[in-house]
Design a protein around this ligand. Sequence first.
Ligand SMILES: [Zn+2]
Length: 373
Amino acid sequence: MTHDVFDPRYARQLVLKGFGLAAQERLRDARVLIVGAGGLGSPAASYLAAAGVGALTLVDHDIVDLTNLHRQLLYGTADVGRPKLAVARERLAALNPSVQVTTHEGRLTAHNAHDLVAGHQVVLDATDNFPTRYALNDACLDRGVPFVYGSVARFEGQVSVFAAPGGPCYRCLFPHAPAPGTVPTCAEEGVLGVVPGVFGLLQATEVIKLLTGVGTPLVGQLLLLDLLEHDLQRIAIARRPDCPACRAVARAGTVAANAPPPHVAPPMVDHRSAADVAALLSGDAPPHIIDVREQWEYDIAHIAGSELIPLSTLPARASTLDPSKRYAMLCHHGMRSEMAAHWLLQHGFTQLINIDGGIDAWSVEVDPSLPRY
Ligand SMILES: [Zn+2]
């Protein structure tokens, strides 16, 4: 079937000032890889198909489960037990028959990532695990294909564009995967169904912007949004000069491919439990606790002696901190503090602890007198 950009389904985009026919044609000619057909991938795939992206490739290995349905609206109750991709193909074809949908049943791994990324202009990272995300990052860098990253938990999430020309990659922000078990999954800590919907669509928006050249994509920017309080932050992230992945790509372009890679050991965030950090506080060289929550959260509960520097004010106030000192970063559940720790790493700090689980874990493990919220 030929894909007609004058199909009335695109009428509202064609009349849109600053979008129009040229952008619609770019969407029609585009191929987008969506890795993961779950909470983020399901809304993103639906809207990208509806918007008229010419070809979508979906990668997933799961079957539809009843616990998926509060957030994965591509699937219905009658689909429980069926492979997600079989259902996705039917739904997307029904939504927009002009879109060519290719499916790849299985996991994206370091072995097949290059082949899967090849031939696509943009990748949408809707994975829920670190090995896949790192494999995807490295393959996208290597192929020169930008990828739109998204991640959600509980009531909040984050989105950015990595591996775009001149921009940072995912390893510039997080050089290495966290130890298994240190980052809770949605299955463990839950997620409000609308949250991946919001973030999957933010990712789809970035894909459309990258494909059409309309607007400014989130290259070098990490957007963090807590939907409960509508607390929105944008953190600038730079390409790390010592990023092993970016260096490997730069090197491959300039020196012989068989040259041995230099040993690179960038400083890393030290992930510690609340109980661990409490023990450090009574030791010889206690870290200074930096609390990156908001004032109202600090007023509910805080650790004595901690310093409040809300995340959004950190870049302006980092000059008041000493890069040679050790800091333990704290927030509500450990996500904002991890961002803060990585930002400080990029700005010359080397001894950074993330208090995993945040003040909530502190209240459970260390000081039950602190109220939880
Ligand atoms: Zn990098």
